[in-house]
Design a protein around this ligand. Structure first.
Ligand SMILES: *[C@@H]1O[C@H](CO)[C@@H](O)[C@H](O)[C@H]1NC(C)=O
Ligand SMILES: *[C@@H]1O[C@H](CO)[C@@H](O)[C@H](O)[C@H]1NC(C)=O
Ligand SMILES: *[C@@H]1O[C@H](CO)[C@@H](O)[C@H](O)[C@H]1NC(C)=O
Length: 353
């Protein structure tokens, strides 16, 4: 009895099935996505495969194809499931294996396994080839960390938002302190009142109040420490000695003329030590401007002593600014034009990108 297999229709059907099988082996199924891998670190270069499915770097192997399925499983170009072979975690693709899940191609193309983009490559001694692991094999101290980057299937990372430009000078919108007062740890209950100088010694720290105008709402502010060379200053002067710099912090409370060392309250955020040298300006910190509020900064010694007359910019702004600041009588200065560069602590509103 003639087998059904011998009828021409069945033969055609079988041929089509066979063709489909071939096509399926070449093209990823479902919504999987295929790529080649390139290693960075170690020997670098394309990730290829030995015929038995071990994934290798180096050894002159051509780039192998991997396809990732929606569950984070990888299959190689021969349809073999890729696994992290226990117990060594060697990355290889075996006939009939169900893929180890948890792989992903990052927005930048970096392959990760269980969230880590670090793979370990170890020399095999076989024609310059390196095996790939996720956990460094014990006793092999010649292994190196590598990252593996896919040449497709990346989604593209979102562009980081443009950073505001914070100039290290007073070219934009800026504020000078409307109150400077000193606190002295050796006279902790003394209120030192208004000061024209920033004074920093081992015992004395200076508090600076900045009034943040309403127009700074939603802007980024930076605390700027200007420290020109003496010969760049015309009306101001300073004494500066000692090594270590100054430590600038934002206080939780607002200072007043009656603030003392004992009442100044806690530090809200310490911006750390700025190691200052004449002829420089320093962006001490950038932070969201707290519009319509007063921010109090403390400058204390981190080794250096500093005493300076806090002059402000000689630009034509000064008269206008002084006019607008008539509500701050303590800073009604002589109406002569100030010449010379600025020194001391300022607050600038960074311009939008
Ligand atoms: C290798 O990567 C691991 C995990 O990311 C890290 O802890 C280790 O410091 C790295 N080693 C070297 C030598 O970079
Ligand atoms: C600041 O941002 C808030 C919230 O996005 C908005 O309602 C407000 O109008 C903004 N103010 C200015 C001056 O841009
Ligand atoms: C303020 O600083 C200037 C410059 O260093 C100095 O000449 C002056 O004596 C200081 N004034 C006070 C009260 O410390």
């Amino acid at each position: 009895m003639a087998s059904i297999m011998k009828t021409p229709t069945a033969m055609i059907a079988l041929t089509i099935l066979a063709l489909l099988a071939v096509v399926q082996a070449l093209v990823p199924r479902g919504s999987s996505c295929c790529f080649h891998l390139n290693a960075n670190g170690g020997p670098g270069g394309a990730v290829g495969q030995l015929s038995d499915g071990q994934n290798r770097i180096g050894q002159g192997l051509s780039a192998a194809q991997y396809c990732i399925d929606p569950n984070g499983g990888l299959t190689d170009g021969d349809g073999r499931g890729c696994i992290l072979t226990p117990p060594t975690t060697q990355f290889q693709c075996d006939v009939g294996a169900s893929p180890t899940l948890g792989f992903a191609v990052g927005c930048d193309g970096k392959l990760s396994s269980s969230g880590s983009t670090t793979f370990i490559s170890c020399p095999t001694g076989d024609n310059g080839g390196y095996n790939i692991y996720t956990v460094a094999p014990k006793g092999q101290d010649i292994c190196v960390n590598v990252t593996l980057t896919a040449d497709s299937c990346r989604t593209g990372c979102p562009a980081s938002p443009p950073q505001p430009k914070c100039p290290k000078d007073l070219s934009g919108d800026w504020q000078f302190p409307h109150l400077i007062t000193l606190v002295d740890s050796t006279k902790p209950n003394n209120a030192e009142g208004n000061s024209w100088n920033g004074t920093i010694t081992k015992e004395v720290s200076s508090l600076f109040n900045f009034d943040i105008p309403q127009r700074y709402e939603n802007k980024t502010c930076s605390a700027l420490l200007l420290f020109p060379k003496q010969d760049q200053l015309e009306t101001s002067a300073y004494e500066f000695y000692g090594i270590g710099g100054v430590d600038i912090a934002l206080l939780s409370n607002t200072a007043t003329f009656s603030t003392t060392y004992n009442t100044m309250g806690p530090v809200k955020s310490d911006f750390g030590v700025t190691n200052i040298a004449p002829g420089n300006s320093y962006t001490v910190a950038t932070f969201p401007c707290q519009a319509n509020s007063v921010m109090t900064f403390m400058m204390k010694s981190a080794g250096s002593c500093f005493n300076y007359f806090q002059d402000y910019n000689p630009s034509p702004y000064v008269k206008t600014l002084l006019g607008t600041l008539s509500a701050v009588p303590l800073y009604t200065r002589p109406s002569t034009d100030f010449v010379g560069s600025s020194i001391g602590l300022y607050l600038t509103a960074c311009s939008s990108p």
